[in-house]
Design a binder for this molecule. Structure first.
Ligand code: CMC
Length: 430
């Protein structure tokens, strides 16, 4: 097949550029040699229209509301659903695992579920009420101090060792963070429990009473983690890739992902959604006021859990989570008034020209918090839950970049708009 070309005309000079097509027909103009060959850069603030890599992990069609992991539509991970660990393995290694591969990986997770005592002791020197995302980021970075042998990865086996350590220990770190904030003793992991049940055990068991994990609650958590597992080149994943492109190790690259995820425009939105719904519930804010505030250009407030850089349609993860809330409440024979408020807010927004014109729909964060709340997770841990779910995605993206021999350090350019050349003046002469 002949290579498709694009032509750029600049000051009568014609520049021919290659056009690449992805599997699903998306086309991208290759400008990678534009500076080297023509001293030209491209201006794309927020990288809103830049494909920074070629990737085979996740596919999104934002117009149609499609999300696929390694080609599999996200809806297929909903009932009957695989275990989060199976999805994590598939994202990282590129195909569904065989029984024996999955078993080996699970055994590795069990082997590494404890924290090194040095790492565990770090909790004692941090303020008990420190933000959980700050603790998570610090702990992932600090893993580099305890596993120096894995700072440079040269083979698949050692990569697997690091991936297993990260995926296993992240939930121990998260649970210990919660226990310390509550002034409760740490509950050690139980290797006989599945990934989500083990996490809930560490969160909620007492030394004298094992927490009984309801199957539907375990299932709901498993679903939340699967739905967060990857989302191609989002802000935190791009942070992981940028740090990783400098050949920084996997621990600190993932820690960078945690930092980016914490932001309220990204993963931190799940906390903001809950604060917004609670404020409406307490009567502090009326739903219509909330919508009006979000629309006002004089107010920085946004309707959290709404809008997306890529989705210009209903986020398919939000659709699944909304139905999962209904299912869980029906099984538990209870309700949450916040779910009714969220539904009403959604209805108002979807019938308001402001949101319709801008194609603003509920995103993953709109309903995830209500499900997490039903599971028993406190609001301040919501973004940590997002991070536990997203970790396999970060690891998969880091690996894809690391395994690609053509990878170069990521280093964007700029349009300089500062002073022209000028002189330094001594302080007394200014
Ligand atoms: N409430 C009110 N107005 C909004 C919202 C919102 N939630 N989202 C976008 N807009 C408006 C925005 O003001 C702009 O209006 P105008 O064209 O008049 O200036 C227009 O819609 C386009 O928005 P944008 O900010 O240029 O879009 P973006 O692609 O830069 O930002 C976003 C995407 C997700 C940061 C944004 O939609 C937002 O702030 N949403 C609320 C926070 C949120 O829910 N974040 C979670 C994102 S999904 C999961 C994740 O990535 O973690």
């Amino acid at each position: 097949m002949t290579q498709k070309k694009a032509k750029l005309l600049i000051d009568q000079k014609e520049i021919e550029l290659n056009v690449y097509s992805g599997t699903e027909g998306d086309e991208a103009i290759d400008i990678s040699r534009l500076y080297e060959e023509h001293r030209l850069t491209t201006y794309d603030p927020s990288l809103a229209n830049t494909a920074a890599c070629r990737s085979s992990i996740t596919y999104i069609d934002g117009e149609k509301g499609i999300l696929r992991y390694r080609g599999i539509p996200i809806e297929q991970f909903n009932r009957p659903r695989p275990n989060f660990i199976e999805v994590a393995w598939m994202l990282i290694f590129g195909r569904l695992p065989q029984q024996s591969e999955l078993l080996d990986f699970r055994n590795m997770l069990s082997e590494h579920e404890l924290l090194h005592e040095g790492l565990r002791n770090q909790f004692q020197v941090l303020p008990a009420k420190a933000p959980p995302m700050a603790i998570l980021s610090a702990m992932l970075s600090m893993m580099a101090c305890y596993y120096e042998e894995f700072l440079t990865l040269t083979d698949e086996k050692s990569f697997m060792e690091v991936a297993a350590r990260l995926i296993s220990k992240v939930r121990t770190i998260a649970a210990f963070t919660h226990r310390r904030a509550q002034g409760l003793p740490f509950i050690y992991p139980d290797p006989n429990l599945r990934y989500c049940a083990n996490f809930l055990h560490m969160m909620f068991s007492l030394p004298y009473r094992q927490f009984m994990v309801e199957p539907e609650v375990e299932d709901a958590l498993n679903l939340v983690l699967i739905l967060h597992a990857d989302h191609e080149q989002n802000c935190s994943t791009s942070a992981v890739r940028i740090v990783g492109s400098a050949k920084a190790n996997l621990f600190v690259s993932c820690s960078a992902g945690v930092n980016a995820l914490w932001g309220p425009l990204h993963g931190g939105a799940n906390v903001k959604v809950m604060e917004m719904l609670e404020s409406i519930h307490r009567g502090g804010l009326k739903p219509e006021e909330c919508i009006e505030k979000a629309k006002s250009k004089d107010n920085p407030f946004r309707l959290f859990g709404f809008g997306h850089r890529v989705y210009k349609n209903y986020d398919p993860r939000a659709k699944i989570l909304k139905a999962a809330c209904d299912r869980l409440f029906a099984k538990m024979q209870c309700n949450d008034p916040l779910l009714d408020i969220a539904r009403k807010l959604e209805e108002r927004a979807l019938n308001d020209p402001y949101f319709v014109d801008r194609k603003l729909y509920p995103n993953v964060d709109f309903y995830s918090g209500i499900l997490l709340r039903a599971i028993g997770i406190p609001t301040d841990m919501f973004t940590v839950m997002f991070a536990i779910g997203r970790l396999p995605g970060w690891i998969a993206q880091w690996k894809e970049q690391h395994d690609n021999p053509t990878t170069r350090i990521m280093r964007p350019r700029q349009i300089y708009e500062g002073n022209d050349i000028c002189d330094y003046t001594e302080i007394e002469d200014r």
